[in-house]
Design a binder for this molecule. Structure first.
Ligand code: PMP
Length: 445
């Protein structure tokens, strides 16, 4: 056999997938996997759905692609309308893209164009959190605070002012209010050092994704940021590429905190893994200002194409018609209880945190000191491999020097049933018990 012409990140050999149905995938050898992380937290409706297939085929039979400057297209207009409705008037204008990184790039560029159109071209800095993840293209990577990915690119990305976000597990010493105040003070100090009138926007994930292992913020923190942005006249951007479209039990996570950003990005679950599609949701006044200043100088060929939008419309319809937000909340509670029971069994499970069907599990060598395992022990990779052997997919991340231990996400499709959730927990329990005996116990001896 010749070497594969594909190149991705090096990793262990992978089985070839055969097919998927519901929350399960099968490889070509017939082995079953429960998709406990919805692919990359994107296949939110599970696999092999007939309704999505039918909607896509119906659109393909009409037309797959038209360019946005040549025709109005009904699926794009209907999808934009739906997004306006589910955000209950918080956003009036929608810009479509094909990925999360594109959504973030679009937000950064629209924000910059907005301040320039307002006559404030001295505003040239973004403020973002460390750790965080906002995408892999240069602009989105610039606001990302995740050392393993920044690597050689820091010198050539636009970059951002990085500030710490709330970390209730490692940094709060039990007093959440004091911790939030400290974090907000640090943010304020970093902004003052640069000059408040040089800031374009503060960008953050209202619920952390893979980079932080579903770390949560809280209402008072977001309110503090909102006040700060209003005071210094910059924008607030929420990146809900991962947490949006139902993942946390509401359409968007920000709706649970009641703090509304000026721009909001989403992608991943919008096409539920069936087709790449993302969106930037905007307040009308920002778009109006940019349009009056000559229009948004930005766009991608595939943005808002009919097939993408028809797929996303079918996704939203399924979530609505099947009451899936209720299921996300109910199964989320079940998952939380199951994960906490596992935490009680293994002291090296330091933290279990999350919302809806987005749960992060952090592994630590010493639960009191919260010391991460040595990086070379590769705990994140070991637990992922053990889970896969048991027929369970989880989404791992390595430890970040002093900022987080090895962690993994459990984030199954919204359609998961009660018994499938039990099966997920059972398979995870077996994998953790093997991790305990084969890896952790020898390390702790
Ligand atoms: N923002 C967040 C919060 C994400 O989780 C991701 C993807 N993990 C991105 C942006 C980038 O999305 P994509 O991989 O679709 O470019």
């Amino acid at each position: 056999m010749t070497a594969s012409p594909l190149f991705y990140q090096a990793g262990p050999p992978m089985p070839e997938v055969s097919h998927g149905h519901g929350v399960f995938l099968w490889d070509i050898h017939g082995k079953e996997y429960l998709d406990g992380c919805s692919g990359a937290i994107s296949c939110n409706l599970g696999h092999g759905r007939q309704d999505i297939r039918d909607a896509m085929l119906a659109q393909l039979d009409r037309v797959a692609f038209t360019y946005r400057t040549q025709f109005e297209n009904a699926p794009a207009m209907a999808l934009a309308q739906q997004l306006v409705e589910i955000t209950e008037g918080d956003f009036e204008k929608i810009f479509f893209v094909s990925s999360g990184s594109e959504a973030v790039e679009s937000a950064l560029k629209l924000a910059r164009q907005y301040v320039v159109a307002r006559g404030e071209s001295q505003r040239r800095h973004f403020v973002s959190l460390r750790p965080s993840y906002h995408g892999s293209t240069l602009g989105a990577l610039g606001v990302t605070g995740y050392q393993p990915l920044e690597g050689p690119f820091t010198a050539i990305t636009p970059g951002s002012i990085k500030v710490p976000g709330p970390d209730f597990y490692r940094q709060s010493d039990g007093d959440r209010d004091l911790h939030i105040q400290r974090v907000l003070d640090e943010t304020r100090a970093a902004i003052d050092a640069a000059g408040g009138d040089t800031i374009i926007a503060i960008v953050l994930e209202p619920v952390g994704g893979a980079s932080t292992g579903a770390r949560l913020v809280d209402k008072s923190y977001l309110e503090g940021l909102r006040r700060l942005c209003d005071e210094i006249g910059c924008l607030l951007i929420f990146d809900e590429v991962l947490s949006g479209v139902g993942r946390t039990g509401s359409w968007f996570a920000y709706q649970q905190w009641g703090v509304t950003p000026d721009l909001l990005t989403t992608a991943k679950g919008l096409g539920a893994g069936y087709y790449p599609v993302g969106a930037l949701l905007c307040r009308e006044q920002i778009v109006a200002t940019v349009m009056a200043g000559g229009g948004f100088q930005h766009g991608h060929t595939y943005a808002g194409n009919p097939l993408a939008c028809a797929t996303a419309l079918a996704t939203l319809r399924a979530i609505q018609h099947e009451g899936l937000l209720d299921n996300v909340r109910a199964r989320g509670q079940q998952l939380q209880q199951g994960l906490q029971a596992l935490q009680n069994r293994y002291p090296w499970i330091g933290d279990v945190r999350g919302l809806g069907l987005l749960w992060g599990v952090e592994l630590v060598m010493d639960p009191v000191e919260k010391t991460p395992f040595p990086a070379e022990a590769n705990l994140f990779a070991r637990i992922t491999a053990l889970a896969k052997k048991e027929g369970l997919l989880i989404y791992p991340r390595r430890s970040l020097n002093g900022l987080a231990g090895d962690h993994f996400l459990v984030s199954p499709p919204f359609t998961i049933s009660e018994s499938e959730t039990l099966l997920l927990l059972e398979r995870l329990g077996i994998a953790l018990s093997r991790l305990d005996s084969e890896v952790v116990s020898p390390l702790l001896k």
